[in-house]
Design a protein around this ligand. Structure first.
Ligand SMILES: CC(=O)SCCNC(=O)CCNC(=O)[C@H](O)C(C)(C)COP(=O)(O)OP(=O)(O)OC[C@H]1O[C@@H](n2cnc3c(N)ncnc32)[C@H](O)[C@@H]1OP(=O)(O)O
Length: 407
């Protein structure tokens, strides 16, 4: 018997939930103007609240989305966000109750996977979420960078709603190719681009090739902002240009967009966050040391909600089969043995050769970490030692997973 219960919220309760969540991040309630934009991002049926004595004490929410998995298939995805429990109710099992209800609700709604960005790394593993992609920060000393080439296509600044419209169209065209990328929901753009465009003076530059490929010829964009720094007469103006969102349909467009931001005058440093770990920006530069990687971070915390469907959705490399045993406490119907082969996956009664908790399977699922690494760090049970090499071969991917959308 608990002293709280969990319910699906109706739209009259969304603002209370949002205020509660902001409070758990030590932020004041959203002012009315901001709430007008934020409320569109609450989806009926996807926001839950925990209640005690008739008062909301915790909340979780998810956005409807899709995610690309290795091999190119796209699965239904719940993007979990706005998780918070009031400070006077923490460590009494409220989040656990919310998670139990949310995992069940998302699975029932047909979400094959869920993902989130974790405020702290100790929270979500117990609920079956595992780190499945990483991102990195870049800081480029623009005056030292000495780019090796010049743009070969055309990069133009597009202002106002036209810029956002082109960026959205290009994003929809270019995402869901790399494993781990997700579709964005309409309010993502309203909150992260339209509102920020006004508040933070965001700029959007669009790249087109000299030989048009698609109908518009546009094949990439970058959203960035420039924060003027102190005017120090010894060093010139230390102004920072931050790359917030950069997507390109091909290598030429990618290089042109980076060369464009590196070419903006009166900027001391070009920085970026949330970039893929395999992005070779330093190779564009005459002085590769001008590009520093100050940090690498966990990005996607992935939850396989429907393990058989998720395992079947991705492809596998040529190799000998392996039998994986999966343990899932919160969604026990996922527990069992799965025979993974180059041709697909079947549920079996065989004894497993490797046994993983569902959060560890999530970490291996997009290909970011191998079973051998997980075994070496004591994250899985090895019944049959030579199964590790077989699992590594089957799950290997050519390109590291990356999401590139913060929520
Ligand atoms: C996707 C996102 O939105 S990320 C944002 C997450 N929200 C925040 O960080 C806001 C501030 N924090 C909070 O609101 C709360 O502390 C929450 C939501 C993180 C946790 O809520 P709680 O109701 O305290 O969690 P609950 O009591 O169910 O904890 C379950 C277990 O997780 C552990 N746990 C929960 N939070 C943490 C934490 N931050 N660090 C370490 N362990 C934690 C608890 O100790 C407990 O362990 P036990 O089962 O061994 O006793």
């Amino acid at each position: 018997m608990t002293d709280h219960d969990v319910r699906v919220l109706d739209d009259s309760q969304f603002r209370t939930a949002h205020t509660l969540f902001r409070g758990t991040l030590h932020n004041a309630p959203a002012p009315d103007e901001q709430w007008k934009v934020v409320q569109e991002s609450y989806e009926p049926g996807r926001a839950l609240g925990a209640f005690a004595d008739g008062k909301m004490i915790g909340t979780v929410q998810s956005f409807p989305s899709r995610m690309a998995v290795p091999g190119g298939a796209v699965v239904q995805h719940g993007a979990v966000s706005r998780v918070g429990v009031r400070a006077d109710w923490t460590r009494r099992g409220v989040l656990s109750a919310l998670q139990r209800a949310q995992l069940r609700a998302m699975r029932s709604a047909g979400d094959v996977v869920a993902s989130l960005r974790a405020s702290e790394t100790m929270i979500y593993g117990r609920y079956g979420y595992g780190v499945a992609s990483r991102f990195r920060y870049l800081d480029i000393d623009r005056r030292r960078a000495a780019p090796r080439s010049r743009p070969v296509g055309r990069v133009r600044l597009v202002e106002g709603e036209a810029g956002e419209r082109i960026a959205r169209e290009l994003f929809d065209e270019l995402t869901l190719r790399r494993a781990g990328t997700i579709s964005r929901w309409p309010s993502w753009w309203t909150l992260n681009v339209r509102r920020a465009a006004v508040e933070q003076n965001l700029k959007i530059a669009v790249r087109s090739s000299s030989v048009p490929s698609g109908p518009s010829g546009d094949d990439g964009y970058v959203v960035f902002k420039v924060e003027p720094g102190e005017n120090d007469p010894r060093q010139g103006k230390q102004t920072r240009l931050s790359v917030l969102d950069l997507w390109a349909g091909n290598a030429e467009a990618w290089a042109d967009l980076w060369l464009f931001v590196l070419g903006v005058d009166l900027v001391g440093e070009v920085s970026a966050e949330g970039r893929p770990v395999d992005e070779p920006v330093q190779w564009l530069l005459g002085d590769p040391r001008a590009c520093r990687v100050p940090d690498e971070f966990d990005e996607t915390w992935l939850r396989l909600l429907d393990v058989p469907t998720a395992l079947t959705a991705r492809t596998y490399r040529e190799g000998e089969p392996v039998v994986l045993g999966v343990r899932d406490v919160y969604l026990p119907e996922n527990s069992g043995s799965y025979r993974v082969t180059a041709d697909g996956v079947t549920r079996v009664e065989d004894e497993p050769e490797l046994v993983v908790d569902v959060d560890v399977l999530a970490s291996a699922y997009l290909g970011d970490v191998s079973f051998s690494t997980l075994a070496a760090t004591r994250r899985l049970d090895v019944v049959e030692p030579d199964a590790l090499a077989r699992a590594d071969t089957l799950f290997a991917v050519a390109e590291v997973p990356w999401c590139g959308s913060y929520f």
